[in-house]
Design a protein around this ligand. Structure first.
Ligand code: HEM
Length: 168
């Protein structure tokens, strides 16, 4: 039987081990916040519930969220019967939030959206709006049955970004 030269066998083994190592490095740590929050399905569900909570709030009388979200809602829905100027803007935002929450918690997706400062500049988000948004995020974490410890860890990561979001 034909045997490959030793160097070829060694090169093959090296490539195999590199492949295994690089695949392994993409896997989230089993004890990462990402895994403890339900991995991809969990993060997507938390994000979708947050988007739904904000959407419900913008529709209420005396909405706190409506002012800051109006440009986005107008772009998605159109104004005065005009066609939407950017119908996929909400979907892009949702996907960027999923990526951001994923990378923030030690998951495998990088966040490639705008920096928090750039994303919220000229939006003039007030402290009260931030507090209202955070309550809607808390509600989503509760709806998704995220544990007390994970909730505290996650919201600490979120609140660390508050200074880049508020009053710009
Ligand atoms: C630390 C808290 C927050 C985080 C982590 C966060 C995260 C994000 C992310 C990832 C994006 C998408 C950026 C992109 O597409 O490149 C975004 C956009 C946006 N955020 Fe926030 N956000 C926070 C707080 C808030 C608050 C308090 C408000 C308003 C009350 C708000 C309103 C918006 C709006 C309206 C957009 C869409 C902008 C657009 O489409 O042009 N965000 N946010």
């Amino acid at each position: 039987m034909h045997k490959p030269p030793l160097s070829l066998t060694a090169a093959g083994l090296l490539m195999l081990s590199l492949l295994i190592t690089s695949c392994g490095s993409k896997d989230p740590q089993p004890d990462s916040l990402y895994v403890r929050m339900g991995s991809k399905v969990g993060i997507e569900s938390i994000t979708d519930q947050l988007v739904a909570n904000v959407g419900a709030e913008t529709g209420m009388a005396n909405s706190v969220m409506l002012r800051s979200h109006k440009p986005m809602l107008d772009a998605v829905n159109g104004v005065n019967g005009q066609p939407p100027t950017d119908p996929t803007r909400l979907t892009r935002l949702r996907n960027n939030v999923v990526d951001q929450f994923t990378s923030l918690t030690g998951g495998p997706l990088p966040y490639t959206g705008k920096s928090m400062l750039a994303a919220h500049t000229n939006m003039q988000v007030t402290n009260a709006e931030y507090t209202a948004w955070r309550a809607l995020l808390d509600q989503s974490l509760t709806t998704n049955k995220i544990g007390t410890k994970e909730k505290a860890e996650f919201t600490a990561l979120i609140d660390a970004m508050k200074a880049d979001v508020v009053n710009h």
